[in-house]
Ligand binder design. Structure first.
Ligand SMILES: NC(=O)c1ccc[n+]([C@@H]2O[C@H](COP(=O)([O-])OP(=O)(O)OC[C@H]3O[C@@H](n4cnc5c(N)ncnc54)[C@H](OP(=O)(O)O)[C@@H]3O)[C@@H](O)[C@H]2O)c1
Length: 325
């Protein structure tokens, strides 16, 4: 099978596409013939050696797939050859075949394209966990989503809207922000035009945002503490902007707010049944047309480096996927 391999930490062009042995099947595992793989910001960090999860070399990056089960291992129940599934893989998805525990697969909803299925588990799973369990977002609350045109950002906009929140999305490009409006944000703010905190205050009648979803970090996080509501929840999702903020504890005290960590990947292993229930909700919203994962870019396996550069260069709106042909 063909796989994109990382043999040493480096930039996307250091990845190599090679023909090799398929990964071995194990008891409880299923082999998936990959149809599409989602591209995520953490893939970029992983090949640079900057992600918390460091697979041994050589490894194929790629954390989520959609495909068809081609083989099942011993002791597998409830998953059969020929099933269309989606799964999180941690790594290994930028390959024609991947083996995962059967228990980590989820049936691809009837009528959903493989590319869409490959694009939603990590982002919508993260945002559902963040907004439902961590923030306990309530209908009528104001949700401020930073990096709203990105993978996790756009999913947070849609889920926030589905949960009945007023959504404000921020981003750095007016064209990308049009998609954020189309996906249900009530207002958008371009943070390249200057500080956003006053506009957030104005849009919320001086109160500030009840829940802030921050996948950007740095200055964006710092400003967020200045426009969060009393009792607000500031969700720490990621640091796409590059700087890990160090929030002043006095501001957290004065705002009577909570700074809430969100580590989706580790949580899924601890509460898999809650994760599945969240996904069911997401699928229900998708059936209702409330959630429409946006795949702005699609690349063949041989162009994986281009896919990663599309993410690095902030060209992607929602998600990029790798498709197998
Ligand atoms: N906590 C968790 O469990 C969890 C789960 C998944 C992802 N994450 C993290 O969430 C972050 C976003 O992931 P993603 O997959 O949504 O990435 P993405 O699709 O690349 O989106 C990131 C967004 O951040 C904005 N951004 C601002 N400054 C940036 C910069 N200097 N470089 C790149 N983007 C910048 C970009 O929007 P504009 O161009 O509009 O500014 C972009 O749309 C990452 O740090 C990732 O590791 C965390």
């Amino acid at each position: 099978m063909r796989a994109v391999l990382c043999k040493a930490y480096g930039p996307p062009e250091s990845l190599v596409l090679e023909e090799g042995e398929p990964p071995p099947l194990y008891p409880g595992g299923v082999r998936i013939a990959v149809k599409a793989a989602g591209v995520n910001f953490p893939d970029v960090l992983m090949i640079k050696g900057e992600y918390q999860f460091k697979p041994p070399f050589p490894f194929s990056p790629g954390a989520e797939v959609a495909g068809v089960v081609s083989e099942v291992g011993a002791d597998v129940r409830g998953v059969s050859v020929g099933d269309n599934v989606i799964a999180m893989t941690g790594a290994g998805a930028f390959a024609e075949e991947v083996v995962v525990p059967a228990t980590s697969t989820v049936p691809l909803p009837e009528g959903m394209e493989f590319a869409t299925g490959a694009a939603l588990m990590l982002t919508y799973g993260t945002s559902a966990f963040a907004l439902i369990q961590r923030a306990q977002l309530q209908p009528g609350e104001t949700l401020l989503v930073h990096g709203a045109a990105g993978g996790v950002g756009l999913s947070a906009v849609e889920i926030g809207r589905a949960m009945g929140a007023h959504v404000i999305g921020t981003g750095g490009d007016d064209e990308k922000l049009k998609v954020v409006l189309d996906r249900g944000a009530d207002h958008v703010i371009n943070y390249r035009n200057g500080p956003f905190k006053d506009e957030v205050k104005e849009l919320t009648g001086g109160k500030g945002a009840d829940v802030i979803y921050d996948a950007v970090g740095g200055d964006v996080f710092d400003q967020s503490l200045r426009c969060i509501a009393w009792d607000g929840r500031l969700l720490v999702i990621g640091f796409a902007g590059g700087r890990i903020p160090a929030p002043p504890a006095n501001l957290i005290l004065l705002k009577n707010c909570s700074v809430v960590g969100v580590f989706f990947g580790a949580w899924v292993g601890r509460q898999p049944e809650v994760h599945r229930a969240n996904l069911e909700k997401v699928f229900e919203w998708w059936r209702q047309g409330v959630v429409r994962p946006n795949v702005s870019h699609s690349f063949p396996l041989a162009k994986t480096a281009d896919a990663l550069y599309a993410v690095i260069n902030r060209e992607v709106v929602g998600k990029a996927v790798i498709t197998m042909t």
